[in-house]
Design a protein. Structure first.
Ligand SMILES: *[C@@H]1O[C@H](CO)[C@@H](O)[C@H](O)[C@H]1NC(C)=O
Ligand SMILES: *[C@@H]1O[C@H](CO)[C@@H](O)[C@H](O)[C@H]1NC(C)=O
Ligand SMILES: *[C@@H]1O[C@H](CO)[C@@H](O)[C@H](O)[C@H]1NC(C)=O
Length: 197
């Protein structure tokens, strides 16, 4: 519990110290943070996946939802945002802080939080709603995917192998989303009211 509290207060401090980022600004800086997340997830590895062959599972990553060439700009932002929210939800738990190196976990959660803050001004609320009314909201696929991951962890009683499988899975889902981020920068200026460098 003490760890959760210290993480929470770190996040609160961070969100206040990060003020002034009012406009939507997706720069190189932004990319670096997400790259850091992959590096951190990699560093967090504690056991070899080869010891966990029986625990492997196909979580059915929604590949179409993150395929940069097929996803519209506004959707791309919502999808990335949802991935970050859901990843935090997996790792920001008591079970997670019991399982992982707390220093690395803390850095990961801080990085996720920073990236969420960067994306927040870029979210266009009513676009997402219009799409979900039409039954095409790609964030639903992302939510379903992460729900599968959380249920799996629970079912496996948060075993070391289950966490390892999940760490690897989320790391590769982050890597898959890089094409989405590249797409985002190529399509700069598609939306009115956004400042993009
Ligand atoms: C966007 O962010 C970068 C890096 O943080 C910063 O250098 C730049 O001034 C920002 N641009 C705007 C328009 O806020
Ligand atoms: C992404 O979409 C492009 C264009 O439709 C397609 O050629 C490519 O195979 C897709 N990639 C994945 C990984 O689904
Ligand atoms: C956690 O990771 C950090 C950074 O890699 C390392 O310095 C530290 O020794 C690790 N702590 C434990 C308890 O393994």
């Amino acid at each position: 519990m003490a760890l959760m509290l210290s993480l929470l207060s770190a996040l609160v401090v961070l969100s206040h110290g990060h003020g002034g980022s009012l406009g939507c600004n997706l720069t190189l800086n932004h990319d670096l943070v997400s790259n850091e997340n992959v590096v951190l997830l990699d560093q967090m590895r504690r056991i070899s996946l080869s010891l966990c062959l029986d625990d492997r599972k196909d979580f059915r990553f929604p590949q179409q939802a993150v395929n940069g060439s097929q996803v519209q700009r506004t959707q791309a932002i919502s999808v990335l945002y949802e991935m970050l929210v859901q990843t935090s939800r997996v790792f920001f738990t008591e079970q997670s802080s019991a399982a992982w190196n707390t220093t690395l976990l803390h850095q990961l959660l801080t990085g996720l939080h920073r990236q969420l803050e960067d994306l927040e001004p870029c979210l266009v609320q009513d676009v997402g709603q219009a799409e979900s009314a039409a039954g095409k909201d790609p964030t639903l696929a992302v939510k379903r995917y992460f729900l599968g991951i959380r249920l799996y962890l629970k079912q496996k009683k948060y075993s070391d192998c289950a966490w390892e499988v999940v760490r690897e899975e989320i790391m590769s889902s982050f890597s898959s989303s890089t094409s989405l981020q590249e797409g985002l920068r190529k399509k700069d200026g598609d939306l009115p009211g956004l400042t993009l460098n």
